[in-house]
Design a protein around this ligand. Structure first.
Ligand SMILES: Nc1ncnc2c1ncn2[C@@H]1O[C@H](COP(=O)(O)OP(=O)(O)O)[C@@H](O)[C@H]1O
Ligand SMILES: [Mg+2]
Length: 432
């Protein structure tokens, strides 16, 4: 009896509906109905919220964006799956607001800022030339390879457009633009340590192209304009694979003929010699000089001895006067050790012959300080007093004659005795 009372008490304690259950069966029914109603209301609220969210998602794709929802959903899906996307010219015209915001122009075309309706910011590079149907399949295959080439230090290629009226590449947008701006214009904004980090990241990106991706990619156009900086100033190499994509008649690995940008292009690119990935090492060395000096390698406003920075650096290195260099470049005492390493490495990278130039993976290690930098020999020992006549007006390094930011291509059989720099400074190719 007592136990029964205890049981009844404990079973009713946790449930307020139970308190009346023993006394009133109709109240029990009411309680059950209330529970059912509450559950139904909750389900209805849940369904309404879900429907509203789906509606909001659909409207953010936006019928006025020019993308029909299925297209946009496919686009988003492809982006997530990291597939290379084929865009129509209409989609790119909408994303760029009719190619309104020009970011810059280079040897391959003009670059415009764009944004897709899902908020993804892009840089659309409109390529020069025509969309020849005969190369369409090859173009698509190559773009798809480039689109699958991912590394934290490489600018991502989202997709392309190949239409009669428009041939374009769509890249991720890099908020802080290109490194040249921070070396030559706002050259106080980034400290030496940050510039060193940028050099390491850039070297890692190139090393990946050369040594780690499925098909080796030689860049051919390493220069500050092709090192882009994201919102955190993390460097990413741009335009890899473009030389091959835009010069269909040459093979990938062993091609000859001038290309690249004067001042950065390795000697073998201007001569009928085989070209290997070491040409990028040379260009990286030239870039490294510009990072150290926060100036263009060629600056005609400076006294003759400093006009071309790399030879001045060599002179200072050879004489053991790197202190002069540190003060001329405003490098603080805390950064001198790192700067000396970079100087030696830059001199190793711009060796005249490709063989002694280090592989990019070693360049990374040397920059990081994990590997000793070997003592470089004089990269400019092929100096010759007589520049080759006739060629000088066309090819000599003259910033006013050349747009030094643009890739210049010398086509056909225009082989020369040296790069523009070599010509101007009377550096001649050594005889074999
Ligand atoms: N993905 C990008 N994001 C932001 N800006 C870019 C991007 N790609 C190119 N740019 C800008 O457009 C300019 C022109 O680029 P490009 O045509 O590749 O010429 P170049 O490589 O000769 O400088 C670059 O200097 C850079 O400032
Ligand atoms: Mg570029």
């Amino acid at each position: 009896m007592e136990a029964d009372a205890v049981n009844r008490h404990s079973s009713s304690a946790g449930n307020p509906f139970n308190q009346t259950s023993s006394t009133d069966p109709s109240a029990q029914v009411i309680a059950a109905v209330v529970i059912v109603i509450v559950v139904i209301i909750k389900i209805v609220i849940l369904v309404v919220v879900c429907l509203k969210r789906a509606e909001a998602r659909r409207s953010s794709v936006g019928p006025d964006s020019g993308f029909m929802p299925p297209t946009m959903l496919k686009f988003l899906g492809d982006m997530e799956r990291e597939k290379t996307i084929s865009f129509t010219s209409q989609q790119l015209a909408i994303a760029t607001d009719n190619f309104k915001h020009l970011l810059g122009s280079g040897g391959f075309g003009s670059v415009y800022k764009g944004v897709f309706s899902n908020g993804t910011m892009v840089a659309v590079k409109v390529l020069n030339g025509t969309s020849d149907k005969r190369i369409e399949e090859q173009f698509k295959a190559e773009v798809s390879t480039l689109g699958r080439t991912h590394h934290v230090n490489l600018v991502r290629l989202y997709g392309y457009c190949f239409e009669k009226c428009l041939r374009a590449l769509v890249y991720e947008y890099m908020g802080n633009g290109s490194l040249d701006h921070y070396l030559f214009r706002e050259n106080k904004k980034l400290g030496f340590e940050k510039l060193h980090e940028i050099a390491v990241g850039t070297a890692r990106g190139i090393a990946y192209l050369h040594e780690d991706c499925q098909h080796q990619i030689i860049h051919y156009d390493i220069k500050p304009g092709n090192v882009l900086l994201d919102a955190n100033f993390c460097p990413k190499v741009a335009d890899f694979g473009l030389a091959k994509l835009c010069h269909r008649d040459n093979t990938h690995i062993a091609m000859t003929g001038g290309r690249g940008t004067p001042g950065y292009a390795a000697p073998e690119l201007w001569m009928p010699s085989p070209v290997t990935r070491k040409c990028d090492v040379y260009s990286f060395g030239m870039l490294l000089f510009e990072i150290i000096g926060r100036r263009r390698n060629m600056d005609v406003t400076l006294p003759d001895s400093q006009e071309w920075f790399p030879t001045w650096v060599w002179t200072k290195f050879e004489k053991g006067e790197l202190g002069d260099l540190m003060s001329a470049c405003a490098i603080e005492a805390k950064d001198t050790e790192m700067a000396e390493r970079m100087v030696k490495l830059a001199l190793c990278c711009v060796q005249y012959r490709p063989e002694p130039r280090p592989l990019m993976s070693l360049v990374v290690k040397m920059l990081e300080g994990a590997l000793e930098v070997p003592t470089p020999s004089n990269p400019f020992r092929f100096m010759n007093a007589a520049p080759s006549p006739g060629f000088l007006p066309l090819m000599a390094w003259d910033p006013s004659a050349f747009d030094s930011n643009s890739s210049q291509t010398v086509t056909g059989s225009t082989f020369v005795n040296g790069t523009p720099i070599m010509t101007k400074y009377g550096i001649c190719a050594p005889s074999n």
